[in-house]
Design a protein around this ligand. Sequence first.
Ligand code: MIC
Ligand code: SF4
Length: 640
Amino acid sequence: MGYTIAEKILKSHLLDGELVRGGEIGIRIDQTLTQDATGTAVYLQLEAMDIDRVKTELSVAYIDHNTLQAGFENADDHRYIASVAKKHGVRFSRPGNGICHQIHLERFGVPGKTLIGSDSHTPTAGGIGMLGIGAGGLDVAVAMGGGAYYITMPKMIRINLSGALPDLVAAKDVILAVLSLLGVKGGVGAIIEYGGEGVKTLSVPERTTITNMGAELGATTSLFPSDEVTRQFLAAQGREEAFSPIFADPDASYDAVYEIDLSALTPLAACPHSPNNVRTVSELSGMKINQVCIGSCTNSSLRDLLTVAAILKGKTVHPDVSLSVSPGSKQVYTMLAECGALADLIDAGARILECACGPCIGMGFSPNSGGVSLRTFNRNFEARSGTKDASVYLVSPETAAASALYGVFTDPRVLKDAPTVTLPDRFKINDNMIDMPAPPEKAGEIEILRGPNIKPIPRGKAPDETLACEVILKVGDNITTDHIMPAGAKILPFRSNVPKLSEFCFTVCDADFPERARAKGGGIIVGGQNYGQGSSREHAALVPLYLGVRAVVAKSFARIHRANLINFGIVPLEFENAEDYAALSLGDEIKIDGLLSAVKNGGELYIESGERKISLSLSLTERQRKILAAGGLLNYTKGV
Ligand code: MIC
Ligand code: SF4
């Protein structure tokens, strides 16, 4: 039997286990990336593991999230990351150079290679046939040290594309259609591969919009084949030698196959507060809007911004709308400037932001109270924009630009002329903002620069044999890491300071949670389905650990967050019967007997609450058992 694209890459990188779907495998990682909001924790852990020099083919540290500097904290973090990168053999992309996923694609991605990143949108690289996976920071640190990266061998989902996109219908509409088909849990435990004749009609930036937002399906990653379109893109980046073709074998086996006719798609929007709450733009047409934000790792390519500039050229943004544009990279920004498109954007009234994540992570541009914001981003979770009662809709650059002109939700197909955008034969290449590390013989001379806001990472400890405590929080389904550990301009500066960060933990759901957790000396959290979806931030495990959370009992967990819980010694327990979720309430005293033994050796587990005895399940691989029993991956790696 033939192989899927993912199986071919996994097979050539397999270090441990067998390619049997559902089993645990360890793979060799060729490249890693970090960004600054998760990066300080990654490098603190790299240091804690006594790794002097990274062992990957390439590791890059990007600064793109915390670029707003209203105090010393972010600037100190950047300085720390720059110095630690230089010392340990990591390339450093300076602030202002752009968003990690966009730059990595332009300058470093290689079809057929493996990449893990401490950011959930690392699968963007799948648009050129690179296996990119989002991971917790500690997993990334281990991979930098040359260790294998462990995942459950995913099942394979295939999406066949046919036809071609109509004018003003975009790649964003394709992924929104997939989200409406599969939902935010539809990709959990799976790799999504795109194939079929329609693939050839999509450029690399369009493919990466689709693979980027595959993260919102909960998928391990998404992949396009590496074909002639990929070769041309890499050649235009001056990197043709990085190209190699990769396709799925015709007889590859998939667990599910879906068909999407590109020519039948219409403009779509994800409505508040979930990326899979999808409706057609025509249904929403006429709704008054206050703000439009164009950018993020989903839609900030040259192709996207040239399209937006062409739509806005010679016109004026509606007086009731504030429009921001953040280019994805310095390459995009300079090319927009050189061809005059930047002037068209400025002239139409766009507020141009620096090349960074910006409003996507709540770093500025929060909407007005109760405001309606149309964003070309990938997440519209409650409060993520910085305004709790705002309504955020996720749309294509085409829909965003048309709506910015009219001041209401507008189907871009009303624009008479669809802009024709052709990608250049040669992008403007200048890597002057990506610093080289020091050569190994000079590394000893480099001083690591730490600021007062950079605090040590808390260490986990082995689970108790009998856990007796209280339910200190009960939450519903699809809790995101933005609920657990919110981001935004006020909180992100404390990503290197877990004690300070803990004051904000879960406050979106329950303002009293941090106080209660402290007063009770910790306890357990009860969650619903897909607990911990969204970002890869390990702070969503580290901070609860700091607040004394010893276990989370949920109906099910999202992949990266579950791995992060295990990495920090928090036990991810599942209800054997989902209905038992109703039996536990905030403040209940609970007891779990034999927890440590069950972690080590398996066996039956119950949670006792009053008269009730509720069955739990804890499915762990041998490796995960050892990690949890050691109180987390750092202890396990160091043999503590
Ligand atoms: C996000 O989009 O939520 C982030 C910010 O990029 C996160 C990482 C983080 O929390 O720092 C992600 O997607 O992993
Ligand atoms: Fe940055 Fe937003 Fe992309 Fe996360 S989703 S990496 S915050 S642009």
